[in-house]
Design a protein around this ligand. Structure first.
Ligand SMILES: O=P(O)(O)O[C@H]1O[C@H](CO)[C@@H](O)[C@H]1O
Ligand SMILES: O=c1cc[nH]c(=O)[nH]1
Length: 233
């Protein structure tokens, strides 16, 4: 058992899907995994392990933001030996033509968080996806005929920022979408020499103002989940 995950040593698979929402973790376990066992209920942050097409896979809620996902990722890697971490999250589109339900593969992550400024003594670090997982996910998405975009995302510390137009600067420099965890995930994966990838579904658009409901965010992003499960090793 670790401080935030109430699992025994071998309860968690080598590949873990990481939704921010613990209810999305339960949805994935109930609808995609065979023989799923719930290994964690600490803080209501559900974690499950089950079988997908013969592969043992886990899914662990992470909560929202870099501090929260960092706790789970640290414990999954250092205390449970997890090797592949695949975030399955939602994001807000910053680009015209990137629409609700489109899929984004985060090749890299910019951030307004100070976490890496502190870690690297004021210098900049470029959090980057595992090329192996990224290529595999891209190939699978193309085979499925899905509308997938690959590029830079913004991992923001704020969902409700003070300046409603702050996203426009990032958009001007080609950032595809905003979410809240990937910079932390990729940095920790690099630190520990494991593989990480973020797959996102557009839940709302900062460009058009279109948005999905919280129930849709929990339950209807199946294409992203299937890509992540196909990528799992
Ligand atoms: O849907 P999840 O995975 O939680 O991801 C996005 O949604 C949350 C904000 O609503 C943040 O965690 C953001 O990154
Ligand atoms: O706009 C959005 C949508 C999802 N997640 C975010 O962090 N921001």
């Amino acid at each position: 058992m670790s401080i935030h995950i109430g699992a025994r040593e071998n309860d968690i698979a080598k590949t873990v899907l990481l939704p921010g929402d613990p209810m999305r973790a339960r949805y994935i376990a109930e609808n995609f995994l065979e023989n799923a066992i719930c290994y964690n209920e600490v803080r209501g942050m559900y974690g499950f392990t089950g079988i997908y097409k013969g592969k043992r896979v886990s899914v662990q809620g992470t909560g929202m933001g870099i501090p929260s996902i960092s706790i789970y990722v640290n414990e999954l890697i250092t205390q449970y030996g997890v090797k592949n971490l695949i975030r399955v999250g939602t994001c807000g589109s910053m680009q015209e033509g990137l629409n609700i339900r489109d899929i984004v593969l985060a090749m890299s992550s910019s951030t307004d968080s100070a976490i890496n400024k502190l870690r690297f003594n004021g210098m900049d670090y470029a959090p980057t996806a595992s090329f192996r997982l990224l290529k595999k996910a891209y190939d699978i998405a193309c085979e499925k005929g899905l509308n997938v975009k690959v590029g830079n995302v913004l991992s923001s510390d704020t969902f409700y920022g003070d300046d409603p137009d702050a996203w426009r600067l990032w958009a001007k420099f080609g950032v595809l979408a905003v979410e809240m965890e990937t910079a932390g995930l990729y940095t920790l994966a690099a630190k520990y020499g494991v593989d990480a990838l973020t797959i996102l579904t557009v839940s709302d658009s900062l460009v058009t103002g279109h948005a999905t409901s919280s129930e849709e965010r929990e339950k209807t992003f199946n294409d992203m989940i299937e890509i992540a499960l196909e990528v799992a090793e």
